[in-house]
Design a protein around this ligand. Structure first.
Ligand code: 5GP
Ligand code: MN
Length: 325
């Protein structure tokens, strides 16, 4: 670890323009990790920019009080001639979406991840699948670099870790996750306030959509599969954006006996987002990979270029097949 960290620090110190990015529609871990990384880079002399594709869920806006995360869709400059790019939580460059085209051959890539399907596409690769969240890795990197964490940086990393570990409840929660978070509290992270901002901050319409979705939950395979659906018209009727449904899939496993939970979100008539959750040894990441997606054993996803009903039939069939293995 320390040799790679030294190399990363050296690269950061010697670079002029640094791009920080992550996967499309970044989640809490991606957002918190990118912002904390930028806090550190700002303490060095390099210029840095966070650029992502997709919208940031409103519950994470408090982490970015200075609105430093820019969206590629609103990015007006011709390009960003970075000599170094930190790519976080991506198995490959495709997963960054349109950001990929900004990363030229002259730009060295530092690839940081905790997903097992990472393809080591960087100039430097640091992939630790034992980390519950990328935020844990960023904390260790910044500590190794001797960066004195501010309250803001600690808040960002704390948010990254609690969102990826399901507030310390998923199987990726370890001694390390809790130890780092206890240290982050020492640096000023406020557990009550961060929890409040992320989990107690739903709009009335988002809660009503949750109620509606739960009302229509369906089970298959003697209750082992819990299935939820959000149609495009539901988002329109409840007047909420897709980002506000992040985390909704987790409710599927609240059902007694459910071993696999799946949420289908209709993007349009020929595109459906699939979010998968599982208990214990059922590996949903291998299932997501069949369709070009990925993730972790118990939390994975993919996007399928088919309509909602065909996607649902296809995925349910694959899950049932996997149960028989
Ligand atoms: P979610 O269901 O919350 O969108 O994602 C759960 C996990 O699966 C996360 O670790 C996320 O990065 C991963 N994941 C979701 N969709 C995709 C995808 O299309 N491709 C890959 N490689 N990973 C995905
Ligand atoms: Mn993560």
């Amino acid at each position: 670890m320390s040799d790679i960290f030294k190399q990363i620090i050296q690269l950061a110190v010697n670079s002029r323009k640094i791009l920080i990015t992550s996967h499309m529609d970044p989640d809490g871990d991606s957002i918190g990790s990118q912002l904390a990384l930028k806090d550190w880079l700002e303490s060095l002399s390099a210029e840095s920019k966070i650029l992502n594709q997709g919208k940031i869920s409103s519950k994470y806006l408090f982490l970015d009080d200075k609105k430093t995360i820019e969206s590629i869709d609103e990015f007006s400059e011709k390009g960003y001639a970075a000599d170094l790019a930190f790519v976080l939580e991506c198995p490959n460059l495709e997963r960054t979406g349109k950001i990929k085209k900004l990363i030229t051959d002259k730009c060295k890539i530092v690839n940081l991840d905790h997903h097992p399907d990472n393809s080591s596409f960087g100039y430097v690769n640091y992939v630790d699948t034992h980390a519950g969240a990328l935020g844990e890795i960023i904390y260790e990197l910044l500590s190794f670099a001797g960066f004195q964490l501010t309250k803001n940086a600690a808040t960002r990393l704390y948010a990254a870790i609690i969102t990826d570990t399901g507030r310390f409840s998923f199987s990726n929660t370890t001694f390390r996750s809790l130890k780092i978070c206890s240290e982050l509290i020492n640096y000023g992270a406020d557990p009550k306030e961060i929890n409040h901002q992320i989990y107690y901050n739903n709009s009335e319409s988002a809660l009503k959509l949750l109620g509606f979705t739960l009302q229509n939950i369906k089970t298959y395979n003697e209750g082992k599969i819990a299935c939820m659906v959000i149609k495009q018209e539901d988002l329109e009727n409840f007047k909420i954006s897709a980002g506000e449904t992040e985390g909704l899939v987790d409710y599927s496993l609240y059902l007694r006996g459910a071993e696999v939970g799946v949420l289908f979100t209709q993007k349009n008539d020929s595109l459906t987002k699939v979010s998968l959750r599982s208990q214990n040894s059922f590996d949903v990441s291998s299932l997501a990979r069949i369709f070009g997606g990925g993730g972790h054993r118990n939390a994975a996803g993919c996007t399928i270029y088919q309509d909602l009903n065909s996607t649902r039939d296809l995925i349910l069939q694959k899950i049932e097949e996997q149960f028989k293995l």
